[in-house]
Write a protein that binds this ligand. Sequence first.
Ligand SMILES: C[S@@+](CC[C@H](N)C(=O)[O-])C[C@H]1O[C@@H](n2cnc3c(N)ncnc32)[C@H](O)[C@@H]1O
Length: 369
Amino acid sequence: MKKNQTGERIANALEAQIHACDLLGSPLTKAVLEICLENFKADGIVASLTRGWVGDPLDDNVPLRLAGFIHFNALGGDAGLAPHFESCGGVFAADKKPDLARAVLACFIQHEAEARRFFRRTPQTNETGRAGILLLGFSEIARRTELPLRLREMGASAGLNLLFDKFNYEIETANGPVTWGAADSALTISTQWRGAVPPPLQADIEITDRAGCDLFPVAINDAEARRALEAWVWGDMSARRARLLAALSIADASPPELQRADAAGWVAAQIMQRPPRQTTVLYHSIVWPYLDVSQRMAIESAFAQAGETVTPDAPLAWLKMDHDHIQSFSHLSYRLWTGDNGPEGEDVFIGPCHPHGADIELTEAFDAG
Ligand SMILES: C[S@@+](CC[C@H](N)C(=O)[O-])C[C@H]1O[C@@H](n2cnc3c(N)ncnc32)[C@H](O)[C@@H]1O
């Protein structure tokens, strides 16, 4: 690709992300990217850092990598950056943008080699708000199978949602407010379940064991990996940051078991052999669009094969809070093989939901009212 074509694509990617930051309510990240765009157009340090990008700069989230690196350094104590970041106890004010610009550019210039290394990281968050939607699926599977759950999460990131039963939930439903979980938990998840009346939640959901995989599992006991996980949450999104820090404090006490593995092979290994007297629940949230066709087919055929061998004492469930593909809406659904319902199992569509878990619209077919 010619240099000016790449340049145009990087400028377009920055403009698109600036627009997205505006819509999503992050004036700070918007300002950081505006500074990057201006410097890029002036052929400054941002141009020299991004010019040779081989992939598609928008698909590869080049703007988020730039903003992530700046936040990473703010969290690391950069004295010029920190005063503009709520996450560091500061505050962003539009009239301080020239100071922010000096700090951003100085950071890229002073840490150019680290920036180049950081840009190899894929932006990666772990959104515990999604547990507010997954909970309904776990409860339904536990209610229907009357067995404890063996949790297996693919694309688990830092594995925080494997600890869903250690969070406190405040849920608005069509039948009024519902609470669930540990009232004294460090983390409260607030969500709305609209539309149909959900079945009562299982008071206790027993978990026999929990494990996850990710291509890039986040080791929360590694200070740099942990800071990067924090850095991907924009520096003025205080509620999201508070959720992440609370979940990390819970995970510190009982770290989830994570493997570095491609979901395609890992899923097969987890669901083929199922211990008795527990329901194996393979689940994922916002992972499916990241898989290519061959990975998806491998997972689907692993379920088809496993579905042939399900017996009533070792049921199998596939719970998704996910998209079918990137353009589609996210939704909660599950397929359950009880051992009595044949090799195809039963598909249950619960409803479309917000991708971060803010709400779900329960379908009429799911009405328990
Ligand atoms: C958008 S994040 C969602 C993380 C987590 N499920 C959540 O809800 O917060 C997608 C995750 O999928 C992982 N991932 C992408 N492709 C994968 C693959 N082939 N196998 C395992 N994990 C994968 C990424 O590394 C990333 O952690």
